[in-house]
Structure formats: C-alpha cells, structure tokens
Design a protein around this ligand. Structure first.
Ligand code: NAD
Length: 339
C-alpha cells in the first residue's frame, strides 16, 4: 500500500511512520510536512537511513497547497492519505488563531480537494477528543456526543471534522475520522505537559501547573494511538468516526507528581500558575465502537508508558536539545518566561 502521510515530522506522525514502515514490508510512505516549529526531520533520521529513497520519501510542503498534493498523489500513485498535519497547541491558538484556521481548516480542505480530484481510495483524518468540549465529573464522550469545542484549536479541528463529513455525504468520498485523547511518548515537543515537566524537572526549574491542577485527561501511549489510526485505515467504515482512548484518566497534578517521583525531584518545584482561559475540565473517551468494529484495545497502561517515556527522554537528550533551539525556543521563552 502506498500512503501519503502529512505532518509526519511531528510527534504522532513520526511515530506512525516508523511503526508502519518497520512492521509492514508492503507499505511505502510519502511524508508531506511543512516543518513548522513543531516539525523536526531529525525525529525520522533512523527511518530516512533505513528506508529513504525506497519505501520512504520526505517532501517539505504545505497541505494547503492543493497542486503540490495532487502532484504527489499522481507521482507516487498514492492509495490512501492519512492527515496528521495540524497546528496542535491550544495555548498558541489562544495567542493567535489564524494559523490554526489556515492549516487545520483550509489546509485540510485543500488536501481533501486534491484527494478527490485524484480519486484516492481512502482518506483518514486524525482529529481529537477536544472537539467534544468538556465533561463534568461523570460520563464519557462517544461518537454521538455533539461537538462543542471551547478553544480556537479545538474549534478548528471540529471545522475540519465537519468538512470530512461533508466530503462523504456530498461526494461519496471514502473518509474516516479518528478522535483520540491526550497522547504521550517519544518525540513529543516540550510544549506539551509531559515533556515540558520532564525538561523543567531535569533543569531543576519551576514546573508550571495550570489552575488547581485538577483538570483530567485520558492519557494514551502514542503507539496505541498509531495502531488505532492503522486499524481505521485498514478496517474503518467510510463516513464513520472512531474514538480512541487509553483508559487512563489522570488529573494533571498526578501526572506531574509521577514525573517528579520518577526523576527523584522534589514536589517543591511545582508552581501553580493562572489557569488557561476556557480550560476544559475533564476529557474521557468511550471507545467501545472502535473496540467492536476495529478490534482496538490500548496495550500500554500508564505506569509502563510513562516509565518508557521518561527512559526515552533520558536516552535522547540530543533530540531534546535540537528541538529546544531556534524559533521554538523563542516561543517557549515568550510564553513560559512570563509566568
Ligand atoms: P505536532 O504539532 O507534534 O505535529 C504537527 C506536524 O504537522 C508538524 O510536523 C508540522 O511541521 C506539521 N504541519 C503543520 N502545519 C502544516 C501544514 N500546513 N502543512 C504540512 N505540515 C504541517 O502534532 P501532533 O501532536 O503530532 O498531532 C498530530 C495530529 O494528531 C494533529 O492533527 C492533532 O490535532 C491530532 N491529535 C493530537 C493529540 C495529542 O495528544 N498530541 C491527540 C489527539 C489528536
């Protein structure tokens, strides 16, 4: 199978590409990535070395460039598209929503247009639990939960989800949407909770925790998410949405304490900071549909996953140094430096 994967130099996309190429000899992948501050080619250096020029090709470009996407689809006789490319950080969307609308909405539609003109067999769009909004203390999001996004990021993702639905209903395109909970694992940028707290703790700096620290997320190890996307690609029904979760609900403060304990650092490093505006209180995913129809089941429990993740960051200080530079460092300094 020949795939066009977008956003493959980001956190989840790079894990997906590595996992697919190493486990399936019959798969080749073209990775279309704009290399924004969140994209890092070094995250796939091992993949380039092993499969570059044969089963793996990297192209720097924008998913909003329909002509480029169409050219790649034709040139590589692509059978399916998996769209990971996005602006993904909620805090940045609060500072400036424009790039989020540009990539997550207009970019997704441009890619969809190219896929339709070319006649791609399948289009998988990777979305998020955040499109459902927030939960009270009980209950879980199912695929039937109405969309109620609360941040510019989640609103832009919900916009794309609706465009995917429209492509199926209007044009009969074979589109599948996946919605997953919070991922953690190797190659995640240190703007996100777990690698941020790891980096700060290792440097003996204050760990900024929003509000009372009791916002709850359902954590999933990134490889479990990648396997879910693979199942949706191979077995999902056209026009359907599939939820994925890790069955690991944790308040943020518990995650932070787990990291400090794993690194042997004191809890006195924790600093509570002004809450994020519109901060969703709780997410939890009901993924019985994906379990029933696709055979999805998360394999990593949180204890094993977080230990593996800490070990990976410890062993890959070079990767962390490489991302903590340039435009990314400037953003981090302006955002967290003020807090
Ligand atoms: P990321 O920010 O780590 O990576 C995004 C990648 O997309 C980067 O490599 C970036 O260079 C690329 N990109 C951005 N704009 C682009 C454009 N216009 N054209 C081409 N490439 C572009 O994000 P991530 O955490 O890996 O998330 C990947 C996808 O999964 C996103 O769609 C996100 O909404 C979704 N998702 C993420 C999580 C999570 O916990 N991280 C959970 C559920 C869903």
């Amino acid at each position: 199978m020949r795939l066009l994967v977008t956003g493959g130099c980001g956190f989840i996309g790079s894990n997906f590409i590595r996992d697919m190429l190493t486990r399936h000899e019959g798969i080749s992948i073209v990775n279309l990535d704009l290399l924004t501050y969140a994209g890092n080619r070094q995250s796939l250096a091992d993949v380039e070395a092993a499969f570059g020029g044969s089963r793996y090709h990297f192209v720097r470009g924008d998913i909003a460039n329909s002509e480029l996407a169409l050219y790649l689809l034709e040139e590589h006789k692509i059978e399916a598209v998996v769209n990971f490319a996005a602006e993904s950080h909620v805090d940045r969307s609060i500072t400036d929503a424009t790039p989020f609308v540009q990539t997550n909405v207009l970019g997704a539609q441009s890619l969809l247009d190219a896929a339709r003109h070319y006649g791609v067999r399948r289009f998988v769009h990777v979305s998020t639990d955040e499109v459902y909004g927030t939960l009270g203390p009980d209950g879980k999001f199912s695929e039937a939960t109405p969309l109620a996004p609360n941040s510019p990021y989640s609103a832009s993702k919900a916009g794309a989800d609706m465009l995917m639905r429209a492509a199926y209903e209007t044009f009969g395109m074979d589109v599948v949407v996946t919605r997953c909970s919070n991922n953690y694992g190797p190659y995640q940028f240190p703007e996100k909770l777990i690698p941020l707290m790891y980096s700060k703790a290792m440097a003996d700096e204050a760990l900024p925790v929003y509000g009372d620290g009791l916002n709850v997320r359902d954590w999933i190890y990134v490889i479990d998410h990648c396997r879910g996307v693979e199942l949706a690609l191979m077995k999902g029904r056209p026009g359907e949405v599939y939820n994925f979760g890790g069955d690991a609900e944790k308040p943020n403060i518990e995650v932070v304490r787990t990291i400090l304990a794993a690194l042997g650092k004191p809890e006195s490093l924790i600093r509570y900071v002004t809450d994020r505006p519109g901060h969703d209180r709780r997410y939890a995913m009901d993924f019985t549909k994906a379990a029933r129809e696709l055979g999805f089941a998360p394999a990593w429990d949180f204890t094993r996953g977080i230990a593996e993740t800490m070990a990976w960051y410890r062993a890959n200080g070079d990767w962390l140094d490489s991302v903590n530079s340039g435009a990314y460092r400037q953003f981090m300094a302006s955002w967290y430096g003020e807090r």
